[in-house]
Design a protein around this ligand. Structure first.
Ligand code: NAP
Length: 240
């Protein structure tokens, strides 16, 4: 498969899906990795990846961050927005700060990244904006309602961008449950029993970070040049 070349910005690149995406693209072109944790970014820098330590909830800084990335490594041919936070708790227990942080990270920041990305000074005409959504957008579960709503908003953002930012493309992947730091933070909830049940209800087997990265690589590639506005579910069929 021919791969997208040029300069790819990965937002939320310090662990999980984003880190795997950054490492994959670093083998074939220029990559800029953005996240908050500087120790993790230092590991990526050692692999030749340009890094930006930034918090996406600093919304006013987003335009400048993109300009700095482009000044250093050239116009973007792709932006993969992987940053995300999940809050698992009932609606009645939600705090204002955590709800604000969730929507800023999962929906408002990608909106502002996309806004800047649409400029000819920031990205090439054939560039691709790819976001990491979730199956929760289509199937909101109790205790992750705001997370699901933020991802449903992200899906609508992608479909709208596909129309407004053309000829640039906008796409997303919607993974099911994955073994990453996000879910490892709730190890008690996602124990052996959960994983066994997930495997059983996934006709194609439970999805992995690697299979999600493969799906992103396809959507970003020239082979997918006529695919835009698409939210590709990668969950082994668990939500069928
Ligand atoms: N794991 C799953 O089961 C699953 C399923 C469906 C969808 N997803 C989605 O997949 C995406 C990636 O998550 P993951 O599973 O790979 O988890 P992860 O390992 O926790 O990765 C989350 C990434 O987001 C970054 N991030 C979070 N808040 C940020 C902020 N304010 N500013 C900058 N970066 C920030 C983190 O970096 P720093 O902490 O260093 O800033 C980290 O690199 C998320 O959007 C998540 O919703 C995950």
């Amino acid at each position: 498969m021919a791969e997208a070349e040029g300069h790819i910005l990965v937002v939320g690149a310090s662990s999980g899906i984003g880190r795997a995406v950054a490492e994959r693209y670093a083998k074939q072109g220029a990559v800029t990795a953005l996240a908050r944790r500087t120790d993790r970014l230092a590991e990526l820098a050692a692999a030749g990846i340009a890094t930006i330590a930034a918090d996406v909830t600093d919304l006013a800084a987003i335009g400048g961050v993109l300009q700095a990335a482009v000044a250093e490594r050239g116009p973007l041919t792709g932006l993969v927005y992987c940053a995300g936070v999940q809050i698992i708790k009932p609606m009645r227990s939600l705090g204002v700060d955590e709800v604000e942080r969730l929507y800023k990270t999962n929906l408002i920041a990608p909106t502002l990244f996309a806004s800047a990305f649409g400029s000819a000074r920031i990205s090439t005409r054939d560039a691709v904006f790819c976001a990491v959504s979730s199956v929760a957008a289509q199937r909101p579960e109790p205790a992750i309602v705001p997370y699901s709503a933020s991802k449903a908003g992200l899906d609508a953002l992608i479909r709208g961008l596909a129309r407004e930012l053309a000829p640039r493309r906008a796409v997303a992947v919607a993974p099911g449950w994955l073994d990453t730091e996000m879910t490892q933070a709730h190890a008690r909830m996602y124990g052996a029993e959960f994983k066994e049940a997930l495997e059983k209800r996934s006709p194609a087997g439970a999805a992995t970070v690697e299979s999600v990265v493969e799906a992103i690589a396809f959507l970003m590639s020239p082979q997918a040049r006529h695919v835009t506005g698409e939210i590709l579910r990668v969950d082994g069929g668990a939500t069928l």
